[in-house]
Each structure stands twice: as C-alpha cells, then as structure tokens.
Design a protein around this ligand. Structure first.
Ligand code: M6R
Length: 577
C-alpha cells in the first residue's frame, strides 16, 4: 500500500528516488511519481503502472537540487490515473507533497479549499494537503504544516517539499508509519526503513511528531517544541532480498520456509505464551491464528479464540483482564491489526505482537512482542510469513515431546515441498486453472489451512475459491457442487478420519472431484487425486499441509499467466482501515 521515499543531500536525486521506490514495490501500487526542485521551481514526474515506466521518464533527469520526494500509490480515492498519482503540487506551485493514509474529513477540506477559490484537480484526499499548506503558509513552513496537521482527521504520513527551501523536506505523521534515516551528509524519509540506502540511524516518527530534514541532519518537533526521539542503528541484515534465480519471489519464498521455520523455532523456543489467548489478524495472519487455535486450547486448557482484526475493533467479545490478545501480522503495519491492538490495550488485555518486521508499528503499540525469522517477504501473497507465524506460536506454546516435534517441523516441511513437486500436484494445478469455482475444506487445525488455501488461489489466480469447514458443507454450500467441481480436502487428524471419508463420499456423490491433501492412506484412496504429505502431529500440521496448497495456487497462476508477485488490486502492507 502507498509508499513514501525522500532524500536530501543525494546527487542524482531522480535516480535515487526511483531506486527507493523500487524497494517499496512490494507494498503494492498502481502508479508512481517523484518531485524535486529545478531552477527554483517544483517539478513532478509521474507514471501510471509499473515503476519501470517512471524509470524511463527520469533516466536523463539531472535536476540542480539534491533533494526530492517520491511515492508509490495504491488507489483508494480515485482511479490510478496520472492526475491522481502523487506527488501533488499546490495551486500556486509552492508545495509538493506525498501522502500515505486516509484523510477522513476530506469532503469538508475540499469544500474549505473551494471556498477559498482553490479547485482540486484530482479525486484524491491527498492533493488537499498541498493546497492547505499553501493556504496556511505565511513564510514559515513548520507553522503551516502544524496548522494543516491539526486540520486533518484520519491517518497520514506526509512528506513536503517547498520551492522556497529547495534543500529541505518536512515530514509529519499520525497513525501511519514514517521513518527518518540519517547518513553521511544526507537525510532521508521512507514508509519502511528497508527502502533506504546508506543510512546509519533510523528514527520512527510517533503520532503527532514532525521532522525537518536537511543534508546535515534532522530536527524533530512535537507541538512546536524541539524533541530528541531515540535513534536506532540501521541494520543491513534487513535489506531487501533478490530473486536468486527463481522465476518469482513467491516461489523463492516458498522454498525458504523450512529454513525460516528453523530460525524461528531457534529464536523463540524460550519465549512463553500463557493464559486465555485471542489471536487477532487479517487475511493469512488470521488464518494462522485459526490454525493454531486447537493447539493453544489443547496445551493451555483455556478457551481461546481467533478473531479478524476488523471485527475485533467493533465487537465486545474480549473485555476481561487476563486475556492475552495475540496480534499476528507479517508486516506489523496492517492498519486494522494496529487498531485492534490499541483497542485491546484499551480493554486492559495483555497485548503480544507476533510480527516478521522488527521495529514495525505493532512492536511499539503492544506490551510484548516476538519477531518471526522469515526474512523479508516480497511477494504480495504470503507463504513463509504464514508458516513462520504458525511455528512461532507452536514454539512459544509447547514443551517436552511436542516441542521436539516443533523442532522437527522444518524436516517435514522439506518433504512436503517435495510432495508439492509431484505429478499429482501438477495435475491438481492444471485442473484448478480451468475451474471457475473451487472449494477448500478442512476441520479443526485443517480449517484455517483450508481458508488459507482458498485465499492463496483467489489472490494470485483470480479464480473464485471458497474455504469452508468440512462440517459446514452440508449446511448449504454443497448445493454448488456439480459434475467436476474441484473440492480440495485437507485432512491431517486421524481422529477425524471417519467424518472426512463421509464428507468425501457426499461430495463425490454429487459429481465433485476430490483432491486430497493428506497423510492418510484411506483418505488418499477415497480421493480422485491425492497429494500425499508427510505425517506429523495434527496440532502442528498447518505448517506442513499448507505447502502443497501454496504450490498448487502458484502453478495455476503461472499457467494462467498471472502477475504472481504483484496480483491486481492487492497491497503487501494494508495501511488503511
Ligand atoms: O502484514 P499482515 O500479516 O498483517 O497482513 C495481513 C493481510 O493483509 C495479509 O495476510 C494478506 O491477506 C496477504 N496478501 C495474504 O497472502
């Protein structure tokens, strides 16, 4: 979701900004642009579509300033067009801004601008910020920005260039991530510190803070007063990765899963999760929570729940002290999950974040946190993010024999990846690629995996897929099954064998084509096609059984010629509620 970059004190500013934007590509976007000062005038260069288009436009740009801002836009207000693309210039050309977040009172602000004779040209909420800055400007940029920040309701991270101060960037934020980096003779800002090159230290702007960036360093302010927020050293270990010869990041990341799992277990085995747990997350992170729920209840003997972050914030469910809200998020930046964490704090729950990105917002919002060791995940569709979350929770819940089984999971994952390369998996992918509708079913720990399998297929192939509990099929959805409808059955728990076999036979009786993902010989035999996975503890199986589902979805997407790493309409990091 939208990404911000900015540098002051860098030669070849246009090219530097484009490199930074490339590092933010993983967040998802549909247009991109940069702005800088040339001969005292602000210039914006923009392109719809891929950053490669912007790169072509800026290849020969050699502005006389060493300062600029850039942005990748993920459309929320208005279509992905050049006019809606950032940076936005103010009506008199004095300001250029980039913005991430959502301005909730944009209607009123638009009316305010219009009442002052300023007509916005785009459909965006962001453009208004540029006009408001110019309307409020009396020669003091900081005062104008503070005034504007006060007028804005919602979430925002904003980078500002002013034509009167061509070597300065002003930045301010509230409820949207923005990090300031300092290096030798330059200063930078970004939505994600990993996008910055050559910086030595990072400062994460807190809600209501602002920063004035000059090549010599940054000054920080809160309510008009200078402050000195703590700076963290920049770790190059978190630098973004490359494809290493794989056709796609998703494929590479799928194969990294056993190693990521081993690193995560090693790092988190001494951390403990206790009490009644409520797992909270969105998308795949919610599915990870659902998948570990049976394990949590089995080990802790306390009622536990899994809840969508977006539902948690509007439900009354958890109000008791003593509940631990476990916030699951690969990015640590998902706005719904951050809002849920704040709400959980308000309800006096203990908050515990499990994220894959160190220093992300959730680590600062929650009382405790643990970091999975999946390494940077670039593909929009998560793979190693999901399995690392499952494994992190398993490592933090188990002791003794089960903890040993957790340590052995990476080996089972290696075998499951091999199973995902078989003829059967290929056949399954071919069948799904030509099917308009696909069902994924499972129960207990397999339920979360079924939902995750359906989500993976939807995300990257655009095929309609429904994940559903096996037991629920007969309560309505079975009416959709007819000749040849593929039904992917995830089965890893021997105690459910009879139930699974009955479900399979009722699907086949209606002409459904059953694809079994299982370690069970009877379930294999009852399926039309089966991908056999290695046997493991059924409470831990989600980290293993999901692998063939990822692989089948990946292959189907490749067969259909989809943009696997950057599927349409999706953002890696969903930073709006
Ligand atoms: O970064 P998070 O784990 O908080 O992201 C949550 C979801 O947006 C994410 O899992 C999404 O569903 C993925 N695209 C799934 O592949």
């Amino acid at each position: 979701m939208c990404g911000i970059i900015g540098y002051t004190g860098k030669k070849n500013i246009a090219q530097e900004l484009v490199v930074g934007l490339e590092k933010l590509e993983y967040r998802g976007y549909d247009s991109a642009g940069i702005a800088y000062c040339e001969h005292g005038k602000l210039v914006a260069v923009k392109a719809v579509g891929r950053i490669s288009e912007l790169k072509k436009l800026t290849e020969v740009s050699r502005p006389d300033s060493a300062c600029g801002i850039g942005h990748t836009r993920w459309a929320t207000h208005g279509r992905p067009t050049l006019v809606n693309c950032h940076p936005h210039l103010s009506y008199g050309g004095k300001f250029a801004i980039v913005h991430n977040g959502i301005i909730e009172n944009c209607k009123q602000l638009r009316a305010f601008c219009e009442s002052r004779g300023v007509s916005p040209v785009s459909d965006t909420d962001s453009e208004l910020i540029a006009h408001l800055l110019e309307l409020c400007f009396d020669g003091d940029l900081r005062r104008a920005a503070d005034k504007v920040a006060e007028m804005l309701k919602g979430s925002f991270a904003v980078g500002v260039l002013c034509s009167c101060r061509p070597n300065e960037i002003y930045a301010f934020s509230s409820r949207s991530p923005l990090v300031i980096g300092e290096g030798k003779n330059f200063c930078a800002l970004a939505s994600d510190g990993n996008a910055l090159s050559g910086v030595d230290t990072l400062v994460f702007l807190k809600d209501g803070e602002s920063a004035l960036l000059r090549p010599s360093g940054a000054e920080y302010y809160r309510k008009g007063k200078r402050v000195n927020p703590p700076a963290a050293p920049f770790s190059s270990a978190s630098a973004l990765s490359v494809k290493d010869g794989f056709a796609h990041y998703m494929l590479k990341e799928m194969y990294e899963q056993p190693e990521a799992a081993a690193r995560t277990v090693a790092a988190l085995s001494d951390v403990r999760l206790r009490g009644a747990l409520t797992f909270i997350g969105c998308g795949s992170s919610y599915h990870a929570g659902l998948s570990v729920l049976p394990l949590a209840e089995h080990v802790l003997r306390k009622p536990s729940y899994a809840c969508l972050a977006g539902e948690f914030i509007c439900s009354e469910r958890v109000k008791r002290r003593g509940t631990t809200a476990v916030l699951l998020s690969q990015s640590g930046e998902t706005a719904d999950t951050v809002a849920a964490a704040l709400e959980a704090e308000r309800r006096a729950c203990r908050t515990f974040a499990i994220v894959n990105v160190p220093s992300s917002t959730l680590t600062r919002v929650c009382k405790r946190h643990a970091v999975t060791r999946a390494g940077p995940e670039i593909a929009v569709a998560t793979t190693k993010g999901f399995t690392s979350q499952v494994i992190a929770v398993a490592a933090m819940l188990t002791r003794g024999q089960t903890a040993d089984s957790v340590k052995r999971l990476p080996f089972a994952m290696e075998k499951a990846l091999a199973a995902a390369e078989t003829q059967e998996a290929e056949e399954a992918a071919r069948l799904l690629a030509i099917s308009p509708d696909v069902f994924f079913i499972g129960r207990k720990a397999d339920y979360g995996v079924a939902l995750e399998g359906a989500l993976k297929l939807k995300e990257i192939t655009y095929i309609n897929a429904l994940g559903i509990s096996s037991g629920e099929l007969k309560h309505g959805s079975i009416s959709l099954i007819s000749d040849g409808t593929p039904v992917v059955v995830v089965h890893t728990d021997p105690s459910l064998r009879e139930k699974t076999l009955l479900t399979i036979s009722s699907v086949r009786a209606r002409g459904g084509f059953v694809i079994g993902i299982t370690d069970d010989s009877d379930v294999c035999a009852a399926s039309d096609l089966a991908v056999r996975i290695p046997h493991c503890d059924p409470f831990l199986s989600p980290a293993v059984s999901v692998l063939p589902l990822q692989s089948i979805a990946y292959r189907a997407a490749v067969l259909l010629g989809r943009d696997v790493d950057k599927p349409r309409n999706l953002a890696k990091s969903v930073t709006v509620e």
